[in-house]
Design a protein around this ligand. Structure first.
Ligand SMILES: Cc1cc2nc3c(=O)[nH]c(=O)nc-3n(C[C@H](O)[C@H](O)[C@H](O)COP(=O)(O)OP(=O)(O)OC[C@H]3O[C@@H](n4cnc5c(N)ncnc54)[C@H](O)[C@@H]3O)c2cc1C
Length: 337
């Protein structure tokens, strides 16, 4: 266990805050010991995966537990289906690449999402027309109250758009240890309808794409659109796309005729990036923090010296201006610590 430990290399915003105590665990026994230690010493705990969905706003006066449980297991389910289970500390993108090397289908649209497998259920990670709930079977967690193992199946996880039980009533109660997915071995369901996948495949000269081709297209698109945290600190989309009542959307449409929206029954999902851009934030910098010039939804540590508080205050200003112009309350996707 380390004391007064800098978390700068452990969060993709590159914010320099210190943890009072820090430990990296590789087994469940070590994890249990660390949790007991924090209970005995009355320390708050922060679990850390890849640090790609957190904003650290101040020093953490407790114990940060970096989850580095590793391993992938497979079980044949049928001629066409395989159950693949990965431990929490496996890197998500490497896990996707592993599945594609084996020609297992289902995760290809989720290529290049940063972070770890153990965190993927937290916000039901999603991109390019897929979410983990599409292939998720269950996850094993450790109950922090009694240190017993428990399993959550698809239904029990209450997955929603960037949401799950682990961000709602289960928040702070469990640590996810491993996640299982059912993947296809053949007759893969190729999903190319979303975003620019088809255009990118055309560009690559591919007419009959494999799951590996879809992954390559998604990687190319992501690399051209999203800032690489290794180059400029960020946590991907900072806000969720808001869902508003259809009546409110229709009223807004009278005033802002170009407002984009994706209706679903009596509600409409509006792209947060568009709203933020309309308020003049795209590419705008205040001090060390900016909205990215290619994607207004992404807040970046522009100089590398931004504090978590600066980034948080910047996000509050965005929320206030979107509220003022459109009467829509943006919700942060990133976990504020
Ligand atoms: C450039 C970029 C692009 C991104 N694109 C996408 C995208 O397309 N789609 C998408 O959904 N997300 C995206 N994200 C967000 C991020 O990649 C995901 O949310 C990812 O799942 C976070 O994983 P992590 O391990 O880094 O989580 P961390 O940041 O380490 O943790 C996030 C939260 O989960 C908690 N936590 C971590 N591990 C566990 C565990 N095992 N058990 C319990 N709690 C835990 C932490 O305490 C924290 O509150 C992007 C981020 C970046 C930087």
């Amino acid at each position: 266990m380390q004391e007064n430990f800098s978390l700068k290399p452990y969060n993709t915003f590159g914010v320099d805050v210190k943890a009072k105590y820090f430990i990296e665990i590789t087994t469940i026994e070590e994890l249990k010991e660390a949790i007991c230690y924090s209970k005995n010493h009355n320390l708050k705990i922060l679990f850390l995966g890849g640090g790609s969905n957190i904003l650290l706003t101040k020093n953490f006066e407790g114990l940060v537990i970096k989850l580095s449980l590793k391993g992938i297991e497979e079980k044949d389910l049928s001629e066409n289906k395989v159950l693949v289970t990965a431990k929490a500390g496996e890197n998500w993108h490497e896990f996707v690449m592993y599945s594609l090397e084996k020609n297992y289908g289902g995760l290809e649209n989720l290529s290049l999402i940063p972070g770890n497998v153990g965190t993927s259920p937290m916000q039901n990670i999603g991109a390019y027309g897929a979410e983990i709930k599409d292939t998720f079977v269950n996850c094993t967690v450790l109950d922090l109250e009694n240190l017993e193992l428990k399993s959550f199946n698809l239904e029990q996880c209450h997955f929603g758009y960037r949401d799950s039980i682990f961000k709602q009533e289960g928040k702070g109660k469990y640590v996810i240890l491993e996640v299982s997915f059912t993947l296809t071995k053949k007759d893969h369901h190729i999903k190319t309808e979303y975003g620019a996948i088809k255009t990118e495949l055309d560009h690559l000269g591919i007419t009959n794409p494999t799951i590996q081709d879809v992954s390559r297209a998604v990687i190319n698109i992501r690399q051209s659109k999203l800032p690489d945290p290794k180059v400029i600190g960020n946590a991907g989309s900072f806000f969720k796309n808001p869902t508003i009542p259809l009546t409110q959307f229709e009223e807004l449409k009278l005033k802002f005729e170009n407002i984009p929206g994706y209706p679903n029954g009596k509600v409409v999902k509006v792209p947060a990036g568009w709203l933020i851009e309309q308020c003049g934030w795209k590419g705008k910098q205040i001090g060390n923090t900016a909205s990215h010039q290619l994607q207004a939804l992404v807040i970046v540590n522009a100089t590398g010296n931004a504090t978590g508080k600066e980034i948080y205050d910047f996000s509050t200003e965005i929320i206030n201006s979107v509220q003022k112009k459109f009467g829509i309350e943006l919700e942060r996707e990133v976990n504020i610590i």
